[in-house]
Write a protein that binds this ligand. Sequence first.
Ligand SMILES: O=c1ccn([C@@H]2O[C@H](COP(=O)(O)OP(=O)(O)O[C@H]3O[C@H](CO)[C@H](O)[C@H](O)[C@H]3O)[C@@H](O)[C@H]2O)c(=O)[nH]1
Ligand SMILES: O[C@H]1[C@H](O)[C@@H](O)[C@H](O)[C@@H](O)[C@H]1O
Length: 303
Amino acid sequence: MPQQGEEKRRAFVTFLAGDGDYIKGVIGLSKSLRLVDSRYKLIVSVLPDVPRRHTDLLLAHGCNVRSIQPVLPPPGVCAFAWPRYAINYSKLRMWEFEDYDQLLYLDADMMVFENIDELFDLSPPGFLTAVKDCFCDWSHTPQFTLGYCQQCPGRVPWNFALGEPPKPYFNAGMFVFEPSSKTFGRMMQALAENHPTPFAEQDFLNLFFQDAFRPVPNAYNLEMAMLWRHPENVNLDKTKVIHYCAAGSKPWAYTGEGANMDREDVKELVRKWWGVYNTPLIIFKLDIDVKYTITIPCTCGKK
Ligand SMILES: O=c1ccn([C@@H]2O[C@H](COP(=O)(O)OP(=O)(O)O[C@H]3O[C@H](CO)[C@H](O)[C@H](O)[C@H]3O)[C@@H](O)[C@H]2O)c(=O)[nH]1
Ligand SMILES: O[C@H]1[C@H](O)[C@@H](O)[C@H](O)[C@@H](O)[C@H]1O
């Protein structure tokens, strides 16, 4: 904990697994944070299956790379919405980064279009700060059958015959939290008593922090599907972070195929992502003080 008057040690953090294209997501994200003049650096937590050529690339882009060991899913029958979610429990390792007081996690399929440094201050101690999810695609839940979504609780009222309404639930693509080995230890204990569920570590985190979730506006994590699920809750001009999570919308794999992918607003957001990704940035900042000059012999034959 920082002493009174001391600055909090803060950073952005993301997560990278495997040798696939998510590396492009991380590079895009890191450039976007620099282009909006973020004050804090980006840590990339990498699993052992990330190849060396990818970690070298991240270092060259000025990222701070940290190796982490996987956290395995809890025992039980796999019930994940997508098999790839099994590795996402490893995100919990970031609670062990105790050399920071506060971290702001962002998925690699997110891009920051406006400075969000203020989120650190908007997150009170002891809370996890995030954006409310949208339930409209969750075909496995009673709220889906009912048509109930926390993004528009007035549209279809909750049916109490189904029990208590669902607790506020956040999307785990973006959240601010306080690392703590003690909390990590408690998480591992709770995880051992948990079982695999459709949204993997996201469901787990929602359970673990159910009494400590602090919601912030959708502008800090606009899930792509909000464009057609809840257009009344979207103001793209004021949106700071886009989450390319709808099926078919990952910019590096975008083909325009699939439901809603031919929308003009989707195409524009994908274009914006590529614009940032392709921005040439000076990637090395030498922090040594150069006090001497070197004479390089001329080899071109001219005097
Ligand atoms: O092969 C992979 C798969 C995932 N990731 C990392 O894990 C993150 C989450 O994976 P997805 O982007 O595939 O997840 P979605 O956006 O579809 O899913 C949402 O649900 C997930 C449930 O596990 C997580 O909570 C995730 O943070 C949340 O945004 C990625 O952004 C990336 O940072 C990789 O590095 N490599
Ligand atoms: O919670 C889920 C999950 O994060 C999915 O990956 C995303 O595509 C859905 O829109 C969201 O509701």
